[in-house]
Design a protein around this ligand. Structure first.
Ligand code: GLY
Ligand code: MN
Length: 463
């Protein structure tokens, strides 16, 4: 937990931003995996953690802006809880750690909400993303579950996004701690990437390293020789010489700050010339994108620059043709990179995605494109000091997409599909780092993880 004042100041700022009404924050509950007493690991809601700091189930926070009151709702543990789950400090002592003196048992929440409604005060909500929370809100507010979304407070969403987007030094320190564990996850996977090893053996080690550092993984591990499947969670293949292996994984600290790193490597440690050529295009795209990051630039511009580098490189290899700028404008490069350059990162690996990408990654000046590829860009708006974002270009050969575009005669002026067909079994390459926007430019966070062809060839398969 951070110092008490950090939580107090965050709530004070929120009150000033919103101006009036009551702000309701539901903490998360345990969620059953296959029967109620066998739950998924508990993960607290990130906005609740940000403003109320307490990391356990069945809590709610309320801020009455008009009366300047911060309240926590939750029960002290019973003897039954102590027998099965262990002891916990009293709610009032836990609340004091985050600067709150007013605590109530959970059954007072509904009553307090009803009183608030009776006074005609507006109750500001964030969008719930778990069905349990939707049902809870239905009961608490007396609003049908399918109408809850309509009651979400845009003012609160915008205020929370504004605060959470700018990471204070203590938060950057947490992200760098997550990156320490993530460094071990990635270098271990590199050492293990030899022919004959199962993906699951490496994925299991990677996840175990995150756990051994005291947190969890920040999202399900993507570790596969089929990197062309962007979020591939299948780990049943055996590594073979000649294939590339993608490892897209990151730890989260015990305080739930995330890291998110991707490396791609040749199984056994030697790139073929064909792999090296594509790899170096992705690497150039990533390093030039990082070097252009500074306050004031639109991340959409950084994305477009990154895909222009990719299109230029692919033209050099004869896979693309024609005018590169025109190709990018038309979206032809999206055959090879159908996703966006990156996303915000913090308490969530895709930070605040539950609050809506249109608020986190876009604003009045930058609207989401509907073009295939660019439409998947999660962060397009102007970058500010304190933002932490990922930079993760890739090149993929996705047979189903290639076949679709051939059938549709799509972008034939920019793509040589005969050449592309020679890469159908290539797989995919993605390279990802986590970057802090600073006053002067940016800083790549964490200890450098092998990334160049030479650095990778020196470590991969050497375990
Ligand atoms: N690391 C997975 C993603 O960014 O979507
Ligand atoms: Mn990512």
């Amino acid at each position: 937990m951070f110092e008490t004042e950090i939580y107090t100041q965050r709530r004070e700022r929120l009150k000033k931003q919103i101006g009036s009404g009551v702000l309701l924050f539901l903490g998360n509950q345990y969620s059953p995996m296959n029967y109620p007493a066998n739950p998924y690991h508990f993960r607290q809601d990130s906005s609740f953690l940000y403003f109320f700091g307490l990391d356990s189930s069945d809590l709610a926070g309320m801020i009455d802006v008009d009366e300047d009151r911060d309240m926590l709702f939750g029960n002290d543990v019973s003897v039954d809880d102590i027998i099965w789950m262990g002891d916990q400090p009293l709610m009032r002592d836990r609340a004091a750690q985050v600067g709150i003196t007013e605590t109530f048992s959970l059954d007072k929440l509904e009553e307090t909400i009803k009183e608030t409604q009776a006074k005609g005060k507006k109750i500001h909500l964030l969008p719930p993303y778990r069905p349990e929370s939707v049902l809870k809100l239905q009961g608490l507010l007396g609003i049908p579950a399918d109408k809850i979304r309509a009651h979400v407070s845009e003012d609160l969403v915008l205020a929370v996004v504004e605060q959470r987007s700018i990471k204070i030094p203590e938060e950057v320190q947490q992200i760098e701690l997550a990156l320490e564990a993530t460094y071990d996850m990635h270098t271990t996977a590199m050492l293990m990437a030899k022919p004959g090893v199962l993906e699951s053996e490496i994925a299991g080690m990677v996840e175990g390293i995150a756990l051994s550092h005291g947190g969890h993984v920040s999202f399900p591990v993507i570790l596969t020789i089929n990197g062309q499947i962007l979020h591939n969670h299948y780990h049943g293949n055996t590594l073979q010489e000649g294939r590339l292996m993608i490892n897209d994984s990151g730890a989260e600290t015990s305080m739930h700050y995330a890291a998110d790193i991707t490396r791609t490597m040749p199984v056994g440690g030697r790139f073929s010339q064909k792999q090296k050529d594509i790899y170096n295009i992705v690497l150039e795209s990533q390093t030039t994108a990082i070097s252009s990051i500074s306050p004031g630039i639109l991340n959409k511009q950084v994305h477009l620059q990154a895909v222009t580098t990719i299109a230029t490189g692919l033209k050099g290899l004869g896979l693309m043709r024609g005018d590169v700028e025109e190709a990018v404008k038309a979206g032809a490069h999206a055959l090879f990179m159908p996703h966006g350059l990156g996303h915000m990162m913090g308490l969530d690996v895709h930070d605040m995605e539950d609050l809506g990408e249109k608020y986190v990654g876009y604003d009045k000046t930058v609207q989401r494109s509907d073009q295939f590829g660019l439409a998947f860009l999660r962060l397009a708006k102007e970058l500010k000091p304190g933002y932490v974002l990922t930079v993760e270009p890739g090149i993929y050969f996705i047979p189903a997409l290639i076949d679709k575009w051939i059938k549709e005669d799509k972008h034939t002026e920019f793509i040589d599909f005969d050449r592309v067909n020679e890469y159908r079994d290539f797989g995919g390459i993605r390279i990802e780092d986590d970057v802090l926007v600073t006053d002067e430019g940016c800083r790549v966070l964490g200890k450098p993880i092998p990334k160049t062809v030479e650095e990778l060839e020196a470590i991969v398969g050497k375990g």
